[in-house]
Write a protein of this length. Structure first.
Lengths: 189, 189
DNA sequence: AAACGCACTTGACAAAAGTCAATAAATTGG
DNA sequence: CCAATTTATTGACTTTTGTCAAGTGCGTTT
C-alpha cells in the first residue's frame, strides 16, 4: 500500500478487471473529500451511507464500552484501504462504532446510490462485493492467532505500514492486548 | 428460537415486514432439503452458492489448521438460524471453512439466483441484507468479551440453546477456550 | 457382562497475559 | 524553548488460561 493513491487503476485492479471507462466512471462517482484530524467520518448511531477509500492520511474505527470512556480499536486504515462500517452499511442500522480521521485525511467517498449506478453501468463492479468483504476480513483476521505473539507477528508480516502510521497503544488495542504485553513482544525480537 | 420451524412467518418477521404474498414467494424459492448427520452442506474450497435456514436439527461451521487435523469451530446453528459462509457467498471465492450437519437436519436452501428473484419481486426482501449481516455478527460477537468467563456468560445469556444442542467440547472451540477452562467456569457458578 | 470409546471433570503445574508502578522518551502547546 | 502531557518501556507481582495426566460416568459394541 502506497502512502498516497494517485492512480485508482492500481487500487481497483487488485479487486477485479476494469476498463479505462470503468475507472473513469468510478473516478466520477467516488468524490474526493477532505477531513481534518479528529473529524468523524461516521458517528455513533449514524446509518452508514457510503464507503471511503483512503487516498492519503489515516483513519481508524473504534467501539466504546458501556460508560463510553474506553475506546476499543476495531480498524486501522491507511492509503489504499477501504474504510467503512460493514454492519451498518449492509443492514442500514445505526452504527455502534465510530470512524475518525487520525490525521488529516483525503478520501474518495462512494455512496450507496453511486454504487448502484456503477453496478448498472458495468458488470465489472460486481467485484466490489469482494471489496466490501475485505472490511470483514480485517475483523476475523486475528481469530486464527492463538496468542498475542502470533497476532503481533501477523500484523508485522501483513500490515507493517500500520506500525509506522499509528501509535503502539492503538495497535495494541486493535490486537486486543495490553500495551505492556505488546511492548515486551517488540523487545524480545 | 424454537426446536422446529413450522411457520416462516415468525422467522421472516424478525428481519422485516413481509406480506403473506412475500412469504409465499419465499416458501416457493427456499426449497426444503434434508441432510443426514455428518454430511457437508459446504465443502472446503467450494464456492458458496446459497444460504441455509435451519428448520430442524443442527449444523456447525469450522476451519481446519495447516495440517488439516484440528477443527476450529466458527459457527453453531440450530432451528431458526441462518447458516452460510459469508465470505465465500459475498465474494464468490472458494470457502476456507466447512459447514456440516451435526445431526440429521432439515434446511431451506436459498440460492443466489432465488435471492435475486425475491429482490425483484418485492422491495421487502432488501431486508435480507440485514439477515446476511447476522452471519458476521456471530463472528465478531465475542470480540467485546475480555476473558473466557465473559465469553461463556454471553453465550449462556444469548444462546442458551446451544448448550443443549452441542457438546461442550465444540462450544469451547467456538469460544476459543480450552475445554478444561470451560468445564471450570461451569463448576464455579 | 466386559471392553471400549467418548465427553467431561478435577488436580497439579507451567505458560501467558494483565495490572500496578516507576521511569524514560517523545510530542504537543503555549 | 520549556513545561506539560502523552506514549513507551521495564520490573515485580497477580490473575488467567493452557497443558498434561488421571480418573469418572455413560452409552455402545461385541
Amino acid at each position: 500500500m502506497p502512502n498516497h493513491i494517485n492512480d485508482l487503476f492500481s487500487v481497483l485492479s487488485s479487486v477485479g478487471k476494469f476498463t479505462a471507462h470503468d475507472i473513469q466512471q468510478f473516478e466520477q462517482k467516488a468524490v474526493l473529500k477532505h477531513f481534518t484530524k479528529g473529524t468523524e467520518l461516521l458517528s455513533l448511531g449514524q446509518i452508514s451511507q457510503a464507503v471511503f477509500l483512503v487516498v492519503s492520511g489515516s483513519t481508524y474505527q473504534f467501539e466504546l464500552d458501556r460508560e463510553e470512556i474506553e475506546e476499543q480499536v476495531i480498524g486501522l486504515y491507511t492509503a489504499g484501504d477501504w474504510c467503512f462500517n460493514h454492519a451498518s452499511f449492509v443492514s442500514q442500522r445505526g452504527s455502534r462504532s465510530v470512524i475518525k480521521a487520525y490525521s488529516d485525511v483525503v478520501v474518495r467517498e462512494l455512496s450507496i446510490f453511486s454504487i448502484h449506478q456503477l453496478l448498472a453501468s458495468s458488470p465489472a463492479f460486481f467485484q466490489l462485493g469482494a471489496l466490501l468483504e475485505r472490511g470483514v476480513d480485517r475483523l476475523t483476521y486475528f481469530n486464527s492467532a492463538n496468542n498475542a505473539k502470533e497476532k503481533y507477528e501477523m500484523l508485522v508480516s501483513k500490515n507493517p505500514l500500520l506500525l509506522q502510521a499509528f501509535p503502539l497503544k492503538m495497535i495494541a488495542s486493535y490486537l486486543n492486548i495490553a500495551p505492556e504485553t505488546m511492548s515486551r513482544l517488540r523487545a524480545k525480537k
